[in-house]
Design a protein. Structure first.
Length: 677
């Protein structure tokens, strides 16, 4: 509803109407597109209340045919409008008082609109037609029983003339312009959540409002709101003057929408309108003055109030059901005065001295933290011998310090950390070689073939009576200068350290051959397990190590000094127990040993180091691999006769092959366990 009352300047009361339905333009657009011209449209649903009866009024365009049905568990009255379409914007509205709890509405079917009236208890009702409207009357919960109000399933007859339900101000004021008294009826609406809940939205638009709670105890919630609003008044007054309007988050408003059109209206009269709409008692600071020009359509009344306050440099405070409006400068001065008063009162109080004994924390460590919470007159000292704190401050600060001591001086949980350093090694070597020699001659003795004695000679000798080629008897130098007949090798590529072999030979008057195949193969598997373990308190560093300290002598400026280097297995960890029961660890695992495979330099040995340093989160009792190193070395050596050794298949008779494979794996395992108690 739009209002433009010239008489508003004279101090008359204004009727603010809450429109729950859609605008007429919206309804026309919906009718043109979604329903035939003969269909009825429900444009508004309202709840009214007086001392005798509560009523739900349904209005719309077209004929409204209603069918009512009472349902139980929970108690409710269902109204179905056949051939009607729901055109209201809201899906539910809260009740004003018993027996109407709330009203829900929606399109049950394309051709049926449904309104459900939820009741606090079973109550008689009456359905009446008032022009184009359908009105459902309920007897108020505390009203005397009326004989004509019964509870039929369906009633379309009016047994009693409907009452006009409105609110008339107790002291109507005369309109000087029109020369008559105006009784401006204004309905009372329930307070929005921002006014009935302990929210900061009334004191500051910068603070984000809390989620709305059920408005069952509005008085208690309003008292909580004023405490937060009062404490934030100084911050609000200073921040709102400097903060950019775009920086403040949008506030949530739940007040009923109003439409007003005012020009050059006194601010004080506008706040009278807020009183009539909200039911709040409004108190204005003497410095609140000025005029107001505002045009609003369908705006929540609490949002309209905030806009007017912001435009005029004002702010508000809520105390119970009393809304106080004052300038920001006034609120700021009051907050500063209150702060100065509290400071003066604190300085006037005589300080006291108390001692507190600490059980688990160190007094010197706690001193730095607790000093930040003392007043300007306070001080704190630590006695290391007795592990006590000596506190001197005003009495109001002592409870805060005691609470901090109770929270901080607690027994720390302990954690057992077990580390495992696993080192696994594998080795494999294979060596296959061949030695062979041949010799022969023709029957005429003119052609002779064989190998040179410098390559090598077969250790196989032939006895007497066995025919052999002439080269078989070639003398070979032996020990003592004796000669042993043997067959010279053509290929001499044996295995390095053979562990097995095969020989085949042949002798005849014109031809002889010796063939040796030697081979060796070795495998090795090794495993080294180191298992350091340590127990420490939560957030305390712990170190455990085992090994050797190697002395190193140095000479500087003719001064001989000895330093020691650790060749140890070391576990260094700082655990932190999280709220979820897991353990966060800053850990260092190091395994350092003397490497005897590297020659020493001036007596100083080389060190073989294996280490892992990380930060990791592990479940209680869980095991995690924090690091690992895998080292693999493979080597293949081939000695062969040129060209012939590269031939397929037969090339094996002309080469020696040696294969060596070594692999080493290093893994670091970590297992934390929280010790109970």
């Amino acid at each position: 509803m739009k209002t433009n009352w010239p008489a508003f300047r004279c101090g008359c009361l204004i009727l603010a109407t809450v429109v729950l339905g859609a605008s007429s333009a919206t309804l026309r657009g919906q009718d043109a597109t979604a329903a035939p011209s003969s269909a009825a449209v429900i444009s508004s649903v309202a709840i009214t209340q007086d001392t005798q009866r509560a009523a739900v009024r349904v209005e719309g365009a077209g004929r409204l045919d209603v069918h009512a049905a009472r349902m139980q568990n929970p108690e409710r009255l269902v109204l179905d409008f056949a051939g009607a379409r729901m055109g209201v914007q809201k899906s539910s509205i809260p009740g004003v008082a018993a027996p109407v709890r709330d009203v829900r509405m929606g399109q049950f079917r394309p051709d049926v609109a449904r309104i459900v009236i939820d009741l606090t208890a079973s109550a008689p009702y009456q359905i009446a037609h008032e022009g184009a409207a359908i009105v459902v009357y309920f007897q108020a919960q505390n009203a005397p029983a009326e004989g004509k109000l019964v509870a039929p399933v369906m009633s379309t007859s009016v047994e009693k003339a409907p009452e006009k339900i409105s609110y008339v101000p107790s002291a109507p004021r005369a309109n000087a312009r029109y020369g008559k008294t105006l009784n401006a009826p204004a309905p009372r609406f329930g307070l929005p959540n921002e006014l009935t809940q302990p929210s900061i939205v009334l004191a500051s638009l910068k603070e984000k409002s809390e989620p709305a709670r059920p408005a069952g105890n509005t008085q208690q919630a309003a008292q909580q709101a004023v405490q937060q609003a009062s404490s934030a008044a100084t911050t609000v007054a200073s921040s709102q003057t400097t903060a950019s309007p775009s920086a403040a988050p949008a506030a949530r408003y739940t007040g009923e929408p109003i439409s007003v059109n005012l020009k050059d209206v006194d601010l004080k009269d506008f706040f009278r309108l807020i009183h009539e709409i909200s039911g709040l008692n409004v108190v204005l600071d003497p410095n609140v003055k000025g005029t107001l020009t505002i045009v609003l359509d369908e705006v929540p009344w609490d949002q309209a109030l905030d806009l007017v306050l912001q435009n005029n440099g004002l702010d508000k405070q809520l105390s119970g059901n009393v809304l106080r409006v004052a300038t920001r400068a006034t609120l700021k001065n009051e907050a500063e005065t209150q702060r100065d008063l509290e400071k003066a009162q604190a300085e006037a109080v005589a300080p006291v001295t108390v001692t507190r004994v600490l059980s688990y924390a160190k007094a010197t460590t706690m001193t730095t933290t607790l000093k930040k919470f003392l007043s300007t007159r306070g001080d704190i000292f630590a006695d290391d011998r007795s592990n006590q704190l000596i506190i001197r401050d005003i009495p109001s600060v002592i409870p805060t310090i005691d609470n901090l001591i109770r929270q901080l001086d607690r027994k720390s949980q302990q954690v057992e950390i077990e580390a495992r350093v696993v080192e696994a090694s594998r080795s494999f070597s294979q060596d296959i070689g061949v030695q062979w020699g041949m010799a022969g001659t023709t029957t005429s003795g003119r052609t002779i073939i064989g190998g040179p004695a410098s390559v090598g000679v077969s250790p196989v000798t032939t006895g007497t009576g066995i025919p052999q080629p002439p080269l078989i008897g070639t003398p070979v130098s032996g020990t003592g200068g004796s000669s042993t007949p043997g067959l010279p090798f053509n290929v001499n590529l044996p295995a390095g350290v053979p562990s097995s072999g095969f020989y085949i030979g042949h002798r005849s008057p014109n031809f002889a051959v010796d063939l040796f195949i030697t081979a060796a193969e070795a495998k090795g598997v090794g495993k080294l397990l180191s298992k350091p373990k340590v127990i420490t308190q939560n957030n305390e560093k712990a170190t455990v190590k085992q090994g050797t300290k190697i002395p190193i002598q140095t000479t500087i400026n003719n001064t001989i000094s000895v330093q020691y280097i650790d060749a140890v297995l070391k576990l260094e960890v700082t655990p932190q127990i999280t709220a979820e029961g897991t353990v966060f660890m800053d850990v260092l695992v190091e395994n350092t040993q003397v490497d005897n495979g590297i020659p020493r330099i001036q007596g100083i040995p080389a060190l073989d180091t294996q280490s892992a340093e990380t930060k990791v989160l592990v479940a209680d009792g869980g095991t995690v691999v924090i690091g690992g190193i895998i080292l693999t070395q493979q080597q293949t050596n081939i000695n062969q006769v040129p060209v012939l050794g590269s031939l397929p298949l037969i090339g094996r008779l002309f080469r020696e092959t040696s294969v060596s494979i070594q692999s080493q794996e290093l893994l670091f395992f970590l297992t934390p366990r929280i010790i109970p108690g």
